[in-house]
Design a binder for this molecule. Structure first.
Ligand code: P53
Length: 485
């Protein structure tokens, strides 16, 4: 037996971003429009909740397409990473990043998603970014699709509802593997594939109201297409890029029973199944039995083709990547006190503090989830998002963010315990290592970074970068391989 003392020597410390939240340059270099270019900023007082304002109706989308004047679409400007990536990567290298998670924008490569040939200028941009990372000793970790799809695929096909999307997507991912296989080893195909049930935009341009099928049915149909697209991409990678490590990813929604009542425990297991269903398919290679019952009880009938099962069975993921922000409670009784910020509205856990956006903070939950996922799959895990969204104040060129250091230190401590428990963990990339536009609220003022970016919710600011206190702290953490917290 080998006793594990701490993080492995080659542990991949780093940070994570997504193209739509940081690149900007939404109409530069031949890029087509993406679904997320149409996510409007909504003032806090007018927001339904603190997490998902990405959902837009199809009618609203058409309205925006007709008249975009004077609408604040923050994801169009991002933080101008498109032009400032060299400076940003230099700062990451200064912190000692071993890896940097980023995503490629599909419409930057295929502007409408349906072109015969890729947009060379888009490919060149990512070539340059990867070269810069590698020159700085940073391993790229690349997400092929982080929520956004070319808007034309939404209009023509209702996004992932249509099976046509599979072929368009696989054409895109083959292009990426061919072009970047010598520069990129670690890939994640879909960001948080389970979040597509959350909104039209995270769902990749799927508008349930445009379909004749029930909301749930059309969403699981779209998920089936994403599973196929994922497996076929993996199939191609096995042939064309044999060194590639292909990951699947979910937003991990660890769920506790609200009490020790057996009914609550059962409910927690059932809710958890709806979360690990995705990784069950992508790692184990088949639909789990519990979903057969769920589909039946919810009158969901998926359209599948001969050969689908075999494709899913043959091309499974090498590792499980996941985001971890908080934990959830399940109760067999109707919820009494909802945590307002929660995505799926859970009960309030009295043992946990909330972030400024009402997200419960639960470091031990990270150890729990690492153990549970590892027990379930026995493949390496990768924490590719974790962090604290908070209001920061820039004063005299400095940002004091002890709250962020505290949050991260507690999570890293639990992560180390999980590694000692025997969990195989490839790395840790904290979310929004440089401040960027929030996915859920499109705010700039919800900040996660070690690097402060001078910009407000309306796009005012110099875009200048500043090192926060947490910048120096994380540098020390990486240098000590997670020992000096
Ligand atoms: P923001 C909800 C719950 C868990 C993960 O979110 C989520 C969301 C969406 O809000 O998404 C991931 O920016 C996502 C990132 C996102 C990050 O969480 O709303 O992959 O794109 O920025 C944080 O604070």
């Amino acid at each position: 037996f080998n006793k594990v003392e701490g993080f492995p020597k080659d542990f991949l410390w780093g940070g994570a971003t997504a193209s739509n939240q940081c690149e900007g340059a939404y109409n530069v270099g031949g890029k087509g429009l993406s679904t997320l270019d149409f996510v409007k900023f909504i003032e806090k007082k007018d927001r339904r909740n603190d997490i998902q304002t990405m959902d837009v109706t199809y009618d609203q989308l058409n309205q925006y397409l007709e008249d975009e004047s004077n609408i604040n679409f923050p994801k169009r400007r991002g933080i101008d990473f498109y032009h400032q990536y060299k400076e940003d990567i230099k700062l990451m290298a200064e912190m000692g990043f071993k890896t940097f998670r980023m995503s490629i924008s599909w419409p930057r490569i295929f502007p409408t998603g349906m072109e015969e040939e890729p947009n060379e200028e888009g490919l060149k941009f990512y070539d340059a970014v990867f070269d810069e990372l590698l020159a700085n000793g940073i391993e790229p970790l690349v997400t092929m699709i982080h929520y956004e799809i070319p808007i034309e695929l939404t209009k023509k096909y209702n996004g992932w509802e249509s099976r046509e999307l599979v072929d368009y997507f696989v054409k895109y991912t083959k292009t990426l593997l061919d072009r970047f296989k010598d520069k990129v080893k670690y890939w994640i195909i879909f960001n948080e594939i389970n979040m597509m049930l959350a909104s039209a935009y995270t769902g990749g341009g799927l508008f349930p109201e445009k379909s004749s099928r029930s909301n749930l049915e059309v969403k699981y149909q779209a998920t089936h297409h994403q599973f196929l697209a994922s497996a076929l991409t993996t199939k191609y990678a096995r042939e064309a890029a044999p060194n590639a490590k292909i990951g699947c990813m979910i937003a991990r929604l660890e769920t506790y029973p609200a009490t020790c009542r057996p009914e609550d425990m059962l409910k927690a297991i059932q809710e958890d199944q709806l979360n690990v269903f995705y990784t069950d398919v992508m790692v184990r290679g088949k639909y789990p039995n519990y979903m057969t019952r769920y589909f039946e009880e919810h009158n969901i009938h998926l359209q599948t083709e001969k050969g689908d099962e075999e494709i899913l069975a043959c091309y499974t993921a090498d590792y499980v990547a996941f985001s971890y922000y908080m934990t959830y409670l399940a109760s067999s009784e109707p919820a009494k006190s909802e945590t307002s910020g929660n995505l799926i509205g859970t009960l309030k856990n009295p043992y946990l503090e909330l972030s400024e956006w009402n997200w419960p903070i639960d470091p031990i939950g990270l150890r729990i989830t690492l153990n549970r996922l590892y027990d379930r799959y026995n493949v390496p895990l990768f924490i590719v998002e974790n962090g604290l969204g908070a209001y920061d104040k820039l004063e005299d060129g400095k940002v004091h963010d002890p709250y962020r250091i505290d949050y991260l230190a507690k999570h890293i401590t639990q992560m180390k315990e999980a590694v000692k428990d025997g969990v195989e963990l490839l790395g840790y990339t904290t979310w929004g290592c440089i401040d960027l536009i929030s996915a859920g609220t499109s705010e700039m003022s919800k900040r996660y970074g070690y690097i402060y970016v001078d910009q407000d919710d309306y796009g005012n600011g110099t875009l200048q970068r500043y090192k926060k206190d947490s910048f120096y702290w994380y540098k020390k953490v990486i240098a000590s391989n997670g020992e000096d917290l």
